[in-house]
Design a protein around this ligand. Sequence first.
Ligand SMILES: [Zn+2]
Length: 442
Amino acid sequence: MAESREAVTFAESVYALSKVVHIAKFRNDVSLGLNEHQRKHLRLLDDIALLLVTEPKSDVAAVALERRSSEVHFYYAKNCPATHIDELIAVLKGIGTPTERSEKMLDKVMLVCRAKILSRHSKLLVTIRENKAVDGPYIRGDRHGELHGYFKSNFSDWYAEFTTAAEFLTTFLTVIEKPLPSKSEQLFDILRMAHVIGSYRPELSPDTTAPQRPPELIFIDPMLNQRIRLLGDYYGAVKRIVKHYDLAAERQSEEIKIKIHPAPGTAQLAATMPKDYLTILNRFATERNLPTATYATIAAAYPICTPAPTAGKPLQSVLHSVHAECTLAVYLTSLGRPWTNIEIGCSKGSCWLCEFYLSHTQAGLAFHVRNVHGKLQPGWTMPEGGDAMVEKSLRELVVNEVIEVMHKAHNGTRGDSQPRSESDEDEKKNTEPTPIRRPFWV
Ligand SMILES: [Zn+2]
């Protein structure tokens, strides 16, 4: 076939690797090198980025802020157009108490981010049903009094009708199992509850001689806690943004001017790749006189690789796009400002190649993100107009990784790849061993 003589492209290598390795084995926990100030700033930026995501899938936002005396310059990159930023800022700077403005902002967010909120809601529903399918709830029974006090202090207005925390949690789960209300007021309440429940963090025991276990969450299944927290993130993000803005405004004698700078958009391109990714790997091997592999040798070295395709459609649709954090990094670099460190907030964790790209930028300029999930995304695309040296290193990185895969498959060595995280868009599943299911709250 003529096709087999064509050189393997970067896009093909990335796609084939994503079928084999899934998660980069040498990912760095970039957040480890951050100081407290950077962490706080990144948290705020991640909150802002979350509110900009309007589509349930394939929309990601990356944002950065720069203070210049009384001006705040807001830079962002996003896959789908953002139309609500001005409205959000108007409410943020408008009149009203912090709670009133938070509610108004959440109203606006719920209008444009509804698809994303619904997507998080349906994922939570799946997890609730999975928990029920085992032998029913899933709520720890040993923190009754403490939780009751916690909910009472957070929901002083309407928690009074509940006599126990269990009753409240059961009501909450029942509400979640119904379709989300269309009235923003009721949806607001649900997101608020999800936020309070999801952000519950019990104190560690003050007795330092006792063995310290990690704090136990409300639900036995860590995924259930996480899904509730993710649904509540919208409420939390709005509250934190309003609080942060008010603190900044208090310190400022004149009005804070917010200037918005969108990065030039990049096209997302739907293309197809062969499901038979082994042909790509073997074309690559032939080009470089490396031993070829079979699905069996790949699977022996990488047990969680995608299995050999069965009969059916030979092609898979893959969305090729420049990830928002790379688009923003290239845009910010192009402005030529005297920056040395730039924090970038993202609506989801950064992938392996983005992390590499951001951490290998030109001398003197460092980009920081808070979360890296380290996965390999099949449609990852190099940003245009970026640093040529970084681009070269990244291409080499991918080539070397494919070479390693071929060697490991040939030698029968086990790769270090980790299982693919199931479905969550934001974070890895907690790796705690599966807990023993206990009966409902006692
Ligand atoms: Zn990425």
